[in-house]
Structure formats: C-alpha cells, structure tokens
Ligand binder design. Sequence first.
Ligand code: 5AD
Ligand code: FES
Length: 349
Amino acid sequence: MKQFIHKLYARGELSKDEIVYFLQHLDPESRNELFRFSHKRRLQKYGDKVYLRGLIEFSSFCRQDCLYCGLRASNRDAERYRLNPEQILECCREGYRLGFRTFVLQSGEDFWYTEDMLTHLVQAIKAEFPHSAVTLSIGERGEDTYRRLYAAGADRFLMRHETASRELYEALHPSMSYDNRRTCLRMLKEIGYQIGAGFMVGLPGQTAEDLADDLLYLKALNPDMIGIGPFIPHDHTPLRSAKPGTVGDTLVMIALARLFVPDALIPATTAIGSLDGEGRELALQAGANVVMPNLSPVSVRKKYALYNNKICLGEESAQCRHCLELRIQSAGFSVDMGRGDSLKSLRQQ
Ligand code: 5AD
Ligand code: FES
C-alpha cells in the first residue's frame, strides 16, 4: 500500500486498477500514511491557510428531481423560498462587513431568476464590491447565459459532476443528462470561469470503480475547486432509507483528490460537518483548505434542506464566522479572508 501512496505523491496519478486496489485494501495504517502525505502536499501548496467563502443559498426552488436531494421538485413537503436581488445584495453587505471577499450564490435550478436578473445581480455585486469574487452555483443553463454572467463579472462556477459513473448518474438523475452535465463543465471552463466539480461519497450502489473514475475524471478536467461530501439521506426523498456515506470514506477521497489535483481548492463541506461534529476539522487535516459558512438569513436556513441534520441552521452569520475561526485555529490552521483564488488561476494571470 505504501508504494501506491509514494507513487501518487511523486507523480500525482495512479491507474484505475491501482486506485481500486488501494480503496479495497486500505487499512488504518495506510490510511494515516495517506493523510500524512495529503497534508504535506496541502502545506506545500497552500500553507496552513484556510479560505472562507460566504455562502448565500438564495432559492430552494428546483426544477430537477435528483433522487438524493431534499430540494427535488417532487418533494411536496419542502418549504420553498426565494430571496430577491436586494435581499441577496444585503447578504453580501453583511458578509463584506464580516470580512468575506468571496460570495457564493447557490440555489436550486430556479428559472424564476432570468438571465437578465442574474446578470444585473452579478453586476450590482461587482460594482459594490469590486475586489470580491462572485461564485455562482445555479446549475445547468445555456452557453449564452453562462457567457453573459461571466461578462457581467462572475468569477467562478461550482457544479459538481455528482458521480463519474454514467449508470449511477442516470439512476439518480431521472430528469437530467450525464453528457450535458459534463458539457456544461467544459463550457464553463472554456468561457474562463474558475470551475468547481465534485462528487458525493457513499451513494447507494456506488463502487470503488466508480470512485476511481471520479478521481480520473477530476484529474483530466483539472478544475480549480473540488467539492466532496458524504451522501446523507433526506427523509422526504426516495433514498430516505439508504445508508449514508461515512466520514472515513469521505476523508480518504478528499486526501486522494488533494494528491491527484494538488492545486485544487477543496472545501471541508457542511455535509461532512453534519455527519460528525469534528468532520470539517478532520477534512482540513486530510487536505481540504476551504470552508463555506452560511450567510443566508437565519429565517430561511432550515428550508435549504438538501439532507437530514444539516448544521449551522440557527446561528447568525457573525456567530458562525466566529465559531468557524475558532474551529479552524484549534485544528491547527489559520483563516485567510482574501479572495483565495486557485493556484492554477493565479498562474494564468
Ligand atoms: N447528501 C449529500 N449531499 C447532497 N447534495 C445534494 N443532496 C445531498 C444529500 N442528500 C449535494 C450535491 C449538490 C450539492 C449542492 O449538494 O452534490 O451538488
Ligand atoms: Fe456555523 Fe459553527 S461553523 S455555527
């Protein structure tokens, strides 16, 4: 096992067979060795810094029907809300006062927000906070829309590929196309966005081969950001009784992602923090280097329920920001409130 870790550390890649073997034979000792190396790589690339992003979940309406997600269109029990552009701007203002310089605007796929509305919103945010980065996470749209939003000043775009297995993707996304998702990611990258892809760990039916394909896909795509979180069932979805992913498996995938794509920004996700009180700290120690505290108004927080038992639902943004800073420091890292651009994007400037 050790030779795999050393080879991966030296070359930044392994074959599919090697990854599968590694995942299937991972013992506690090699797991720790893996984390030691992913931590080393992270320190070498990004030092002990952890970048904070202000996350604004601005709409819980979604036209898609992903089997795992609490916001799926068929979930009649979901409480839906929309923040209007002025309310979204107000969240950015609060975030800016707290020191945030990246705003992540995330929503379900909600076409109530037209291309015009989103364009004006991005322009307004960039006009008020010209040195801040705007990240969009609004799902699949057309190329023209992506181009216009980029021209309006949007810097980054997050869109997880969710799983690299076509079969699993199609089973979980009855309303969507595997190929179109990948086309969107390529398109976003080509337009010039810093892009974020990523996947869930522990999806029902997911195999070691599938996870190997996730890593190989990410290696080939070479995104600026990689979001990896455990699958957590939501009570009002068809997967309510499925087994959740584990913290341990998620940490292994984070560590491998750090070694496969060393320059990537990797968040310690809310999902891993929701499975385990120390989950985000453990993720940082396994190679993650970003945390995205919630800037949404507390009144809507619990309505953005992707999965059960999500954390930070009651805390005001300021409390959450403070809580996180303490957690990051006690895990041995330091908070960086800058824009936190990826190394890859900085090299291209
Ligand atoms: N468990 C874990 N992650 C989920 N997501 C959606 N539903 C769940 C769930 N039940 C993730 C998806 C999506 C991101 C915003 O949240 O990967 O891209
Ligand atoms: Fe949100 Fe602690 S990180 S309350």
